[in-house]
Design a binder for this molecule. Structure first.
Ligand SMILES: Nc1ncnc2c1ncn2[C@@H]1O[C@H](COP(=O)(O)OP(=O)(O)OP(=O)(O)O)[C@@H](O)[C@H]1O
Length: 561
């Protein structure tokens, strides 16, 4: 059975059905005990002791019903948790396959909502709506059949009232859907704003916008509360309708039963048994009415989750896609276009060459590097590495031999070692030491009290900009990938650190692409590609190229695998 986004395992479905049947059986026991107890009370002059066993039976049935309700709650909640656990991983796998630039187009608030609030909403629908609804429907159908067996008119009266209650509840559905949509929008705005404030607190403070931002957040907060209250009012109304329905059903059934009694078709015991049964059915009837409430509230969440899962994403290891092992490191661009950034770029970068990518701001330099690292997917054309079309390569392997440094790739929360070895978890201390030296990081690591085990906060914000940049360079250069992509790598470096880094690049044994505005970096390269307005306008030898001399083993510890 499908629950809209994930299938309900047959075992769980069997559990829910069994719980529904068990509750219906216990309800049957209640009817029998009530019937007999009332009969015994009616004839009490003869023997009062005859009442007690039935009262004891009612007590036992009540305890069983309590136990079954507790079990039902636990099982239904577990079903929701399990389904959402699977769905969360599905969403996550989809997200990690998306091109980072594609993610940047989405608001952070709505993205976070998808993985948190939307899933909670969907879980509630599964647990309290669908799973509990199935059990309740079974109890309701069997219970009403028993009432009909005792007294047809009482069953018809109860069905009528329950039906009217359900219709009234459904009539609120459209309002609830609209109110829920408003709550979602407001929540997404608020979450996105808070997330942005956390990340840009320095901007807010230094630009003197604390007051303005506070009043913006306060306004969003108030709007959110207003929307929540509006939604709560409608949900309250729906709950009121279902509570009133439960009581009204008993009253109307009693009236029908009383009429039947007056006609001599029903005994007092039968009336009492059927009336208390109808009373018991109020709870499953209410649960069924709430399915609609949960369904409506989760409607948008389900649609948004489905849309997200249907959006473009690259499977991490798709069958039929080939792995890429970079050898010479030759890169070809075949009529590559990226909307708003590049237009029909074609050209070949031979393996083991250093190429400067130059051009004015916004010319498409970072996008070109992003294509090779698969941070961006081409809208048209293909990028090939050593003859393999990247879009038909598994994502996992196509980036293994490609190192990149870019402002779009921040450091992560964790130790310095974790950051440096993020790609190569098994890197040895020697490999680490060689890359630290190449990036001028020996001094920094030596000065930190815990060395490589020092803790970095999100984005490495507890380091200076230059230190961060050097750690990012070392992270990209660990084990010297055959293709190294550098997007303005020395922007934040002092002259000395830049010189150390330039020396490492000068003798780098793989293909290097440097997007740069710095003539000193252009001078390190063999060729220059010049971009302008997303077009490749010039390819030629780099000016002022100097000869770095032969590569000595001690210059570069660690070899290409
Ligand atoms: N994350 C993004 N999402 C959408 N479009 C983007 C994104 N980043 C860049 N662009 C678009 O692509 C165009 C090229 O940007 P790109 O960053 O590649 O230029 P660049 O040459 O590296 O510029 P700079 O020298 O300023 O870094 C920009 O004009 C911009 O409109």
């Amino acid at each position: 059975m499908s629950l809209g986004l994930v299938p309900l395992p047959p075992r769980d479905l069997a559990w829910v059905i069994a719980l529904g049947i068990a509750q219906a059986l216990v309800l049957g026991g209640w009817i029998v005990c009530t019937w007999q107890a009332v009969d015994a009370i009616a004839g009490m002059q003869q023997d009062i002791a005859a009442v007690y066993p039935w009262l004891a039976g009612l007590l036992a049935v009540s305890l069983c019903m309590g136990g079954l309700r507790a079990l039902e709650f636990r099982v239904c909640e577990r079903i929701g948790f399990d389904a959402v656990r699977r769905l969360r991983m599905q969403l996550y796998r989809h997200m990690v396959g998306m091109a980072p630039r594609q993610i940047q187009h989405r608001s952070r608030g709505s993205l976070l909502l998808r993985l948190t609030g939307d899933l909670t909403m969907y879980r509630t629908l599964l647990s309290r709506g669908i799973a509990r609804g199935i059990a309740s429907a079974i109890v309701l159908v069997i219970g009403l059949a028993v009432v009909a067996w005792i007294s047809g008119p009482m069953a018809v009266a109860a069905i009528l009232v329950f039906g009217l209650g359900a219709a009234a509840s459904v009539s609120q559905g459209r309002l609830l859907r609209r109110a829920t949509a408003v709550v979602r929008r407001r929540r997404s705005l608020l979450t996105g704003n808070i997330d942005e404030q956390v990340n840009t607190l320095a901007v807010v403070q230094t630009f003197g916008r604390v007051g303005g931002e506070t009043s913006r957040l306060s306004h969003q907060n108030d709007s959110m509360t207003k929307a929540l209250n509006r939604e709560a009012a409608i949900r309250g109304r729906m709950r009121g309708i279902s509570a009133a329905t439960g009581w009204a059903a008993v009253m109307v059934a009693l009236a029908a039963g009383a009429y039947e009694m007056s006609e001599g078709y029903l005994t007092l015991a039968g009336l009492a048994a059927a009336a208390t049964c109808v009373r018991h059915l109020a709870s499953p009837a209410r649960n069924l009415a709430l399915v609609h409430d949960y369904w409506r509230r989760a409607d948008i969440s389900r649609r948004k989750i489905r849309d997200f899962l249907n959006s473009r994403s690259r499977p991490l290891d798709e069958l039929g896609h080939m792995p890429v092992r970079v050898r010479a490191g030759m890169i070809q661009f075949d009529r590559v276009s990226v909307k708003g950034a590049l237009s029909g770029v074609s050209g070949t970068i031979p393996g083991r060459k250093r190429v400067a990518i130059v051009g004015p701001s916004g010319a498409g330099k970072s996008t070109l590097l992003g294509l090779v690292a698969r941070l961006v997917e081409p809208d048209q054309g293909e990028v090939l590495v050593d003859g393999i079309v990247l879009s038909s390569a598994t994502l996992h392997t196509s980036t293994r031999d490609i190192g990149i440094v870019s402002a779009d790739l921040p450091l992560m929360r964790g130790t310095l070692r974790r950051n440096l070895t993020y790609r190569h978890r098994s890197a040895s201390d020697e490999e680490l030491a060689s890359v630290l030296t190449a990036c001028g990081l020996d001094g920094l690591v030596g000065s930190l009290p815990q060395g490589l085990d020092s803790w970095l906060t999100e984005g490495g914000r507890n380091l200076s900009a230059g230190e961060r940049q050097r750690v990012a360079l070392a992270r990209a250069m660990l084990r010297f990938p055959r293709i190294l992509l550098l997007d303005e790598p020395t922007t934040n470096l002092d002259r000395e650190s830049a010189a150390i880094f330039h020396a490492a690049i000068d003798r780098y044994p793989g293909t290097v692409l440097i997007a740069t505005h710095d003539p000193a970096e252009v001078a390190l390269t063999d060729m220059t590609w010049e971009l302008c307005d997303g077009r490749l306008v010039r390819v030629g030898p780099s000016e002022d190229r100097h000869d770095p001399g032969p590569l000595r083993a001690q210059d570069m510890v660690g070899t290409l695998q």
